[in-house]
Design a protein. Structure first.
Length: 268
């Protein structure tokens, strides 16, 4: 695991966007060999998406041969609903880059056969060659995508029941009206995420500090889904100073020293 600690949310977003662009460019994607990218919604990735849009418009990275799979979608919301993740992604990212619409995959919140929708999504990921890099965020309780505490760390794409904490947190997007927040969502599983070649998780703000500490220093537990990254061969947590506040000083120094060595090796 790598832990990248930056001073601010903006610097985390900048680092993450450039890391993704670097990975895409190094892969040299083509129509027959696309780069497969997993993407989240929510407030955390907005800065990263804004920077990726800038990089795309300046010709620094192209999404023409990138296939995307989003992490989740609310059950019961159609793609045109202002709070659906379809709407979010097109408004905040897809409408502003050169991605092909047929390369965009988001779970269908109105799917009549929910189990079939989940199975088809897993198959589509496999058919695309697997996800090269999965970007994500975490909740204050350590959930990733909609994999709440207690979810199996081997889970696949499924229908998730949202905890009261998650519903309360997401009510800000529904005018503060908890009754309007869906209580179920389609979500890729922890196992789906960890099958990716690389996982990059962003965590910013003091409210995420406990989750970061558990994810980096705690024991692997389904009660803190973020801890599954400890078992991943190529996982990165990008956090700001506030989100790193509960890490031990020795832990912070260890990962800072690792990054110094990593940067030296990359410069050779």
């Amino acid at each position: 695991m790598r832990v990248i600690i930056k001073e601010t949310y903006d610097s985390c977003s900048l680092w993450t966007a450039h890391h993704i662009a670097h990975r895409i460019n190094d892969f040299c994607p083509s129509e027959t060999k696309p780069f497969v990218l997993g993407l989240p919604t929510g407030s955390t990735p907005l800065g990263t998406y804004a920077e990726l849009i800038k990089l795309n418009k300046t010709g620094s990275v192209s999404f023409k041969n990138v296939i995307t799979f989003n992490m989740d979608e609310y059950v019961g919301l159609d793609a045109a609903h202002p709070q659906s993740y379809h709407y979010f992604m097109f408004e905040n990212f897809f409408n502003h880059i050169d991605i092909k619409k047929e390369n965009i995959h988001i779970l269908n919140g109105l799917a009549k056969d929910k189990e079939a929708e989940c199975a088809a999504y897993e198959k589509a990921i496999i058919d695309a060659g697997g996800i090269r890099l999965f970007l994500g965020g975490i909740g204050s309780d350590g959930h990733i995508a909609f994999n709440e505490p207690g979810e199996s760390l081997a889970s696949r794409t499924h229908i998730a029941l949202l905890t009261k904490e998650t519903v309360d947190a997401n009510s800000r997007f529904f005018g503060g009206d908890i009754s309007q927040v869906p209580t179920q969502a389609f979500s890729v599983g922890v196992g789906t995420i960890c099958d990716s070649d690389e996982v990059v998780i962003m965590a910013t703000g003091r409210v995420k500090a406990r989750a970061v500490a558990e994810g980096v220093e705690g024991s692997v537990s389904h009660m803190w889904p973020i801890t599954a990254l400890q078992l991943h061969k190529n996982a990165i947590i990008v956090c700001d100073d506030e989100a790193s506040e509960e890490l031990k000083v020795k832990t912070v120094r260890y990962f800072a020293d690792n990054e110094t060595q990593y940067e030296k090796a990359s410069a050779r």
